[in-house]
Design a protein around this ligand. Structure first.
Ligand code: MIG
Length: 661
């Protein structure tokens, strides 16, 4: 790893144990600074593949499109987008020359990866950055160097490997209890139940809805506990502007919110609670203060959270609305009765997540006052760090489930991420496969998509296909938006087919958790593109719809409607595992291309030759999963199991070699 410094970079703390900068130029490509703009250009060979960039749209090979690192509340993950919620500025160019780059700049960064010119990789951002350059034997070697440099990933509590049910719209105690009862009645495993913004009083962070949850929230939490359910409340970034609301009053008094240019007045944006202020997570005291507020929920025994709206999302701001008001007046005063419709729409749309607003507020950091746009991508990262640091005090020696919507590299030490507001679309199944390896590269191991799709109406077959991927992702959560078709498994007549997938997930938990710990411990990937392991196989390099999971499994999910099978490429001989109604068959397959049947009501995947995967007995909760009896998948002889107590902060990991008996 080599480090190059340009201008005066802000310390993002992405890299731990930072190294001395090397003078001069990156040994590859051409870097330049003109008018305080940094550019890097590299001529790619025709066969070069570009991996990385974490949470982004498009393929595993990032080549052929332009991407922008700018954390955005983007509910339309269409292929024409350039930014989603996170900024993961790490990429690997793999070809004749294989190298990695980490652009440690927390503002706006553009990556033109063979978009403008098919042979040109062009990166640009403001000239205040650290650039890390990695050379290595291959992709995996570079990934592991990078992962060592950014520090160990957050280890989620083991219970978070259970199935989670979520829906934006659960409001009353009974809404929540009914979900649990339905799962119990249908004998479907579940460990987590998510509470979206409606549990709060008027969307005020760290409050409980007075009618529903005050004053007997303890009772409710205990009811859930007795049903082995962990509640997972959401926390939003914005704090409602409201007199006598403790979070607002305390933060205002102590100057914990982001300020306007005068460094005195609070910046006023708007999110769910209406006008809101933004905690200054880049300020140590403010970050510390906000984190300790989670105590309002941990004191009831809550041990799991998700952080939302922390790009930060802005529906509008006071300033944007003032401008829009003027524009609307002009528009209404137009006596020609002509409607400049598109302009009107654009004016209205432009108040949302506007660059004007992001340039309007400031953070009070150790390095002085800094305008938000220069450090935009660090906001969600530091919100999550705020919680993590507080959990060490609020829940000493215990792991707390925490995942965030927005992130930057470095946040992986404090929590996981989910991939935001996907849709109930078939194309978003492929998106999951494309994102997972890149997320792992950036250090995010505890991750997964909204299964079933968040926006729009799902269908049972789509949900099943989603779950056939979700069986393998550490975060396995079914989540949907308010107003969409309800998509809990029991909403469909196929409930038992769906339940079968979740049951298999629980039987796989000892294995999945083991591979997850392995990936963290050894700075490796839990999800790999085939090309990462089969680097000399020219076909493996082109496969974008199959993934390797851990060291043993390969998945080749169905991602198209009505398909009952698909072509699968086996880079080496494997066993095809077919799970159907509780019984499992294993068939040896030769390397090469196959057409594999994959009906809707089965789970089909592959175990690599000479490997073994332990399947435990059925369990309806993570605490009841075990390997007391094992059904072996694969034709190997041993499996190296990583395990720990699943809950202590610095739990010792034990490594056991399991032998097929
Ligand atoms: O503006 O809290 O991505 O998971 O259900 C939408 C409501 C705000 C966005 C999150 C989604 C969550 C929703 N939130």
């Amino acid at each position: 790893m080599e480090k190059y410094v340009y201008g005066k970079p802000f310390d993002t703390q992405a890299i731990i144990n930072d190294i001395e900068a090397v003078p001069g130029q990156v040994p590859i490509g051409i870097s330049a600074i003109i008018d305080h703009k940094f550019t890097f250009d590299y001529m790619m060979k025709p066969d070069d593949i570009v991996y990385g960039l974490g949470e982004q749209v498009r393929g595993i090979n990032k080549r052929g499109w332009e991407y922008i690192s700018w954390a955005t509340d983007e509910p339309h993950h269409h292929e024409d987008k350039r930014s989603l919620y996170s900024a993961h500025n790490f990429l690997i160019i793999s070809g004749e020359k294989t190298f990695g780059l980490f652009i440690d700049y927390p503002g706006y960064v553009k990556f033109d990866i063979g978009y403008t010119r098919s042979d040109l990789l062009h990166i640009e951002c403001e000239a205040d950055l650290k650039l890390y350059y990695f050379e290595g034997e291959d992709v995996l070697d570079i990934v592991s160097q990078f992962r060592k440099a950014i520090g160990k990933s957050y280890i989620a509590p083991k219970f978070s490997f259970g199935y989670g049910q979520s829906r934006w719209g659960y409001k009353t105690k009974d809404d929540f209890k009914n979900v649990v009862k339905q799962f119990e009645n249908h004998d479907i495993p579940i460990d987590l139940l998510y509470m979206d913004i409606d549990y709060m009083q008027e969307y005020e962070d760290f409050t409980l809805n007075e009618k529903e949850f005050e004053p007997d929230f303890s009772e409710f939490v205990n009811w859930m506990k007795s049903h082995k359910i962990h509640l997972v409340p959401i926390i939003d970034a914005g704090i409602k502007v409201k007199d006598n609301y403790f979070a607002y009053e305390e933060g205002k008094k102590n100057n914990y919110f982001c300020k306007l240019k005068d460094h005195k007045s609070d910046f006023i944006g708007a999110v769910w609670p209406g006008y809101s202020v933004l905690p200054d997570f880049l300020n140590d005291e403010a970050r510390n203060w906000f984190g300790l507020k989670y105590e309002n929920l941990t004191k009831y025994g809550i041990d799991a959270f998700w952080n939302d709206m922390n790009e930060p999302a802005l529906f509008y701001s006071k300033y944007g609305i003032e401008r829009l008001n003027k524009q609307l007046k002009q528009f209404l005063a137009n006596d020609k009765n002509e409607v400049p419709y598109f302009k009107l729409c654009m004016d209205v749309e432009s108040v949302k997540n506007s660059m004007d607003d992001y340039c309007r507020f400031y953070h009070n950091t150790k390095e002085g006052w800094i305008r938000h746009d220069k450090v935009h991508n660090l906001y969600g990262y530091n919100m999550t760090k705020s919680a993590y640091e507080a959990f060490e005090k609020l829940r000493p020696n215990k792991r707390t489930l925490m995942f965030s919507r927005s992130s930057y590299i470095g946040m992986h030490r404090y929590g996981g991420i989910w991939t935001g507001d996907n849709k109930s679309w078939w194309s978003h199944l492929d998106l999951v496969l494309h994102q997972l390896p890149a997320l792992n590269m950036a250090g995010f191991l505890y991750t997964g998509p909204d299964l079933g799709g968040f926006g729009e109406d799902t269908t049972p077959d789509l949900l099943q296909r989603f779950l056939q991927i979700g069986v393998f992702t550490p975060l396995m959560r079914n989540h949907s938006a308010i107003g969409t078709r309800e998509q809990e498994p029991y909403q469909f007549e196929q409930v038992q087919e769906i339940a079968q997938l979740i049951r298999l997930r629980y039987r796989l938990i000892p294995y999945l958790y083991s591979e997850y710990l392995k990936a963290i411990e050894n700075d490796t990937l839990m999800f790999k593109a085939l090309a990462f392991d089969f680097k000399d196989d020219p076909i493996a390099k082109t496969i974008e719809d199959q993934l390797l999971i851990g060291n043993e499994i390969m998945i080749a999910p169905i991602t198209t409607q009505n398909a009952t099978g698909r072509t699968v490429y086996l880079p080496e001989p494997m066993l095809c595992i077919v799970c159907k109604k509780g019984s499992i068959t294993q068939t040896v397959m030769k390397a090469g291309w196959h057409y594999v049947q994959y009906p809707l009501n089965e789970l089909v995947f592959f175990v690599r030759a000479g490997k073994l995967v332990p399947l435990g007995p059925n369990a309806n909760h993570v605490q009841d999963t075990n390997l007391d009896s094992i059904e072996w998948l694969g034709n190997g002889t041993t499996y190296e199991l990583y395990s720990d107590d699943g809950i202590s902060e610095n739990a010792e990991i034990s490594i056991t070699t399991l032998k097929r008996s």
